[in-house]
Ligand binder design. Structure first.
Ligand code: SMG
Ligand code: MG
Length: 368
């Protein structure tokens, strides 16, 4: 397969409701789509950068810049013709994992479509459907939160994740437990909003039988998480801190993470995501698939990843309508709390051109 170039397309997708975390409020998703064009057909990638470097150091405009300035020329110079080649050619460049992941994903999709193989099969899928969890943003009031959670439970979501921050934690969790009972699979995500000084406070969450506390402390505070894990009984799950298979192995060894949230964009791609899955499995650590409010393109790949054997907890893998009234692909629709794993070639879904055109804010072509 010979790469001819990449189309970089920005798409503005309005959210059905604002999504507030400890670091920002999103009302619209500005998605960077990458289309790899080859002599054997095309492939799609989705870059999960947010507009500002508040979740991770990367941001959408920066991803476009690094792709055009360094990464695509490096792929051209190396004559890259397959997905593992993308990782090798970009290895000398530090960081920018979301940008690397999007390019690798597009090349992998092109390769698999040309060969008629699915992402799921390629990654090592063992399930034809995956359970859906939903991430619930910080709300203005407890009644508003209970309304939102009630709606998701009625829709069939099998696991609820509450976004938390200082001032919106114990009482929010208590209210959800009191209203919906002890059987609901419940977890929380702080997106680095606490410090080790909050350990006693966070230990109060132990009363609520949570599956896990996700990323309570700063991303670089691996030892802090290891200390916290000795004080808090609820399992610690790292998200932001895990940027590679190497950091995953270290965090596991240090006792900083008892569960891992795997986001392919954060770790540089689906191939590295699979390596983290393998390391976690070898260490008896459960993993689940995180989400970055993906369109149908990224969602398709996440659903495939979530169907690997080590993904034993429901992920932030929700239906398209959790975030979007109109998706750019055929929507992912939940049945009995599950999404079907696409089985067609590559991602198994493609953008619908008219929808894509309507939502596109810019397109550029980068020749190889
Ligand atoms: O795609 O369902 C989704 C979003 C899940 O909460 C989610 N993602 O830290 O895990 C996380 C956040 C990161 C994105 S917040 C804008
Ligand atoms: Mg998280």
């Amino acid at each position: 397969m010979k790469l001819e170039g990449f189309e970089l397309r920005r798409v503005a997708m309005p959210l059905v409701s604002p999504f507030r975390t400890s670091f920002s409020t999103q009302t619209e998703r500005d998605i960077l789509l990458v289309r790899a064009v080859t002599d054997e057909g095309e492939g799609w990638g989705e870059c999960v950068t947010l507009p500002d470097p508040l979740y991770s150091p990367e941001y959408a405009d920066g991803a476009v810049d690094v792709m055009k300035r360094f990464f695509i020329p490096a792929l051209a110079a190396a004559g890259v013709s397959d997905a593992p080649g993308v990782g090798h050619a970009l290895y000398p460049y530090k960081g920018h994992r979301m940008a690397k992941a999007a390019l690798e994903m597009a090349v992998l999709d092109a390769e698999l479509r040309a060969e008629g193989r699915s992402f799921a099969r390629e990654l090592g899928s063992v399930h034809s459907s995956v359970p859906c969890g939903v991430s619930v943003g910080i709300m203005n009031s407890i009644p508003e939160l209970l309304d939102a959670v009630g709606g998701y439970l009625d829709a069939g979501y099998v696991r609820i994740k509450l976004k938390i921050e200082p001032g919106w934690d114990i009482e929010a969790v208590r209210a959800v437990r009191e209203k919906f009972g002890d059987d609901v699979l419940l977890q929380v995500d702080a997106n680095t909003a606490y410090t080790l000084r909050d350990a006693r406070h966070l230990a109060r969450l132990d009363d609520f039988d949570l599956l896990l506390i996700e990323q309570p402390l700063e991303e670089e505070d691996i030892l802090g998480h290891a200390e916290l894990a000795k004080i808090v009984k609820t399992p610690i799950c790292l998200d932001e801190s895990i940027t590679s298979a190497q950091t995953a192995a270290a965090a596991i060894r240090l006792g900083a993470t008892q569960v891992i949230n795997i986001k392919p964009g954060r770790v540089g791609g689906y191939l590295e995501a699979r390596r983290i899955h393998d390391i976690a499995a070898a260490n008896g650590i459960a993993v689940w698939c995180g989400g970055m409010l993906e369109s149908g393109i990224g969602r398709a790949a996440n659903v495939a990843l979530a169907s690997l054997p080590g993904f034993t907890l429901p992920g932030d893998v929700s239906a398209s309508d959790r975030f979007y009234r109109t998706d750019i692909t055929a929507p992912f629709v939940m049945k009995d709390g599950h999404l079907d794993v696409p089985a067609g070639p590559g991602l198994g879904v493609s953008p619908i051109q008219e929808v894509l055109d309507e939502l596109t804010t810019s397109v550029e072509w980068v020749h190889i």
